[in-house]
Design a protein around this ligand. Structure first.
Ligand SMILES: *[C@@H]1O[C@H](CO)[C@@H](O)[C@H](O)[C@H]1NC(C)=O
Ligand SMILES: *[C@@H]1O[C@H](CO)[C@@H](O)[C@H](O)[C@H]1NC(C)=O
Ligand SMILES: *[C@@H]1O[C@H](CO)[C@@H](O)[C@H](O)[C@H]1NC(C)=O
Ligand SMILES: *[C@@H]1O[C@H](CO)[C@@H](O)[C@H](O)[C@H]1NC(C)=O
Ligand SMILES: *[C@@H]1O[C@H](CO)[C@@H](O)[C@H](O)[C@H]1NC(C)=O
Ligand SMILES: *[C@@H]1O[C@H](CO)[C@@H](O)[C@H](O)[C@H]1NC(C)=O
Length: 508
């Protein structure tokens, strides 16, 4: 919580308009973002995601872009979020900014000569999963990003923050870049949409098609970028393959970035598959505002059991020995059926250290010292299946809101080269194939699955780790043990008592 300032200080560049070397110059708008890892407990996800269970303890890994708003301009660092569609800022007079100071930027309407209240659009209101929320007003003003001014952009102003906001780091605003149908005003009345940031860039002629690419870069990297209207063909390996976006079942609209997850495999370092299921028909949403990947319960249970994860207090937080991340094993997600793209996510990226206290990771003190990490996978329950940052970092993703497709390829991490091409209404550069997709209409979440066949266990050739896994239960062949756990939030301490007779402790 204390180290955010230094994390922000990594990239000096404000924002750039990207140009490829070739003429004519493509119409694209590039914006770098910095990433913060936050050691937060009980943090709600970025924006409203009905019924998403992200769990009590959950780290928010934010992707932040720099913009300025108003006349004269004031600076803001906004979380970039594909899972919501409004851009909103905290108000100087809000209870939240009075409490915390809102260090990522505060808006003060009487200090901007271009501010206009939009009372006809109704109340601005965004809810968090745990019941906390923000209400306020809609307004319009100039937003500057990447050197471009978007005048009269409709935005939300957060005035009344309700519920418990758990940490001082949550107060920043958000740039939601999803479909217009997901705007707060449009959820109340589907005809009440307005042009949000991507649509404004299109309407003002800065980009040629309503599409953008997101390169989150490597797990350890502090930056990545978003390219509105373009594809950087140097930032991925192989070819992009597109899959259709699926309409939301509840609204019948294109409003979330949902695609058909058709296969899941787990491979060892050698490439040998220790788990393989390619007949899935699961609608899964790509969401840069979520940290965690939530899979259908039956699938998640097999993976969690396979890796020997354990969940304290039956919660949604799954813990594993950190050593799981260094075995060279991967999960391979396939989309859209047989010809669709496959993205391999190394367990290294799925095993999340307790970020802020690198030298004091939790340990099972007795009888073995075992560093414990969080696993970036949980069960979706009745909520949507979500592929969050832990998945997205392994992929280069093109979100095309005009053609209603997502194009994916394995990312090229730390790529320094750049070759930017423009996305048009007719084509996405770098896309060589289109998967037909599989029918996900009949999918329903598995409830109370009974496991008739044995749950898998993966060893990943970890002979040396076997003792560790014996401690956490893998070797028993049973479901992972449920550890009684006491969370002491204020002291960043978790004490596990009573494991196998009461002598083990996890402390940090
Ligand atoms: C945004 O601005 C902050 C503060 O000036 C700076 O530390 C950070 O590197 C900037 N981020 C980007 C992506 O340019
Ligand atoms: C953008 O707008 C701000 C204030 O609204 C103004 O100061 C600035 O000169 C404008 N920049 C450009 C590039 O038009
Ligand atoms: C803020 O919202 C809460 C809950 O809806 C309400 O009780 C309270 O009166 C509001 N405060 C202000 C200042 O509007
Ligand atoms: C591309 O499609 C959008 C609608 O999604 C339209 O507004 C725009 O004019 C089209 N651009 C071109 C170059 O045809
Ligand atoms: C990009 O540049 C950095 C710094 O010079 C270097 O460490 C890194 O290996 C380069 N990336 C690639 C993919 O070559
Ligand atoms: C699933 O199991 C739980 C606990 O055993 C029970 O409360 C619930 O009603 C069951 N749900 C269904 C749909 O069977």
């Amino acid at each position: 919580m204390h180290s955010t300032a230094t994390l922000f200080a990594i990239l000096a560049a404000v924002a750039t308009v990207a140009h490829a070397a070739d003429a004519p110059q493509p119409k694209v708008v590039g914006l770098p973002f910095t990433r913060t890892k936050k050691d937060v407990s009980q943090l709600p996800p970025l924006a409203r995601r009905e019924a998403v269970q992200l769990g009590l303890q959950n780290e928010r890994w934010g992707y932040n872009v720099n913009v300025s708003v108003g006349t004269p301009p004031r600076s803001f660092q906004l979380h970039l979020d594909t899972g919501s569609s409004d851009t909103w800022l905290p108000d100087r007079l809000s209870n939240e900014c009075k409490r915390t100071g809102c260090k990522y930027g505060v808006f003060e309407k009487k200090l901007s000569s271009t501010f206009e209240e939009l009372s006809t659009r109704g109340e601005f209101e965004t809810l968090y999963e745990d019941g906390a929320g923000v209400t306020g007003i809609y307004f319009s003003d100039t937003l500057n990003m990447g050197g471009l001014n978007i005048t009269k952009l409709t935005m939300g102003l957060g005035i009344n923050f309700t519920g418990t906001r758990m940490t001082p780091d949550t107060e920043g605003g958000i740039m939601g870049i999803g479909y217009e149908a997901l705007e707060v005003s449009a959820r109340k009345d589907p005809s009440n949409t307005y042009p949000n940031v991507p649509k404004q860039l299109l309407e003002r002629g800065h980009i040629s098609s309503l599409a953008y690419s997101l390169w989150l870069n490597d797990d350890d990297a502090k930056f990545g970028n978003i390219l509105f209207g373009g594809v950087d063909t140097e930032k991925f390996q192989g070819d992009l393959i597109s899959v259709p976006i699926v309409r939301s079942r509840d609204t019948g609209l294109y409003d979330r970035f949902t695609v058909a997850l058709s296969g899941l495999a787990v491979t060892e370092k050698s490439g040998k598959k220790v788990y393989d299921q390619q007949d899935l028909t699961v609608p899964a949403s790509l969401d840069s505002g979520s940290t965690i990947t939530s899979l259908p319960d039956d699938l998640a249970t097999r993976i969690l059991h396979g890796v020997g994860a354990f969940n304290p207090e039956n919660g949604n937080v799954w813990l594993v020995p950190c050593a799981l991340g260094s075995q060279g094993a991967s999960m391979k997600f396939s989309f859209g059926g047989t010809n669709g793209p496959t993205i391999a996510v190394p367990f290294e990226d799925l095993v999340i250290p307790f970020a802020s206290l690198p030298n004091v990771a939790p340990q099972l003190k007795e009888p073995k010292k075992v560093p414990i990490c969080k696993l970036g996978i949980d069960r979706a329950g009745n909520g949507p299946v979500i592929l969050g940052d832990t998945f997205l970092r392994s992929a280069y993703v093109v979100y095309d809101l005009h053609k209603n497709i997502i194009a994916l390829a394995p990312t090229k991490p730390y790529a320094n080269d750049s070759h930017v091409e423009e996305i048009t209404n007719l084509s996405i550069p770098g896309v060589t194939a289109t998967a037909k997709g599989v029918d996900v209409a009949s999918y329903s979440p598995p409830v109370n699955t009974s496991y008739t066949s044995a749950l898998p266990t993966f060893e990943f050739g970890m002979a040396a780790q076997k003792e560790i896994y014996a401690v956490v239960g893998l070797a028993t062949g049973q479901l992972p043990p449920q550890l009684p756990l006491q969370l002491i939030m204020s002291g960043f301490a978790i004490i596990v008592a009573g494991l196998f007779g009461g002598s083990l402790m996890v402390l940090w």
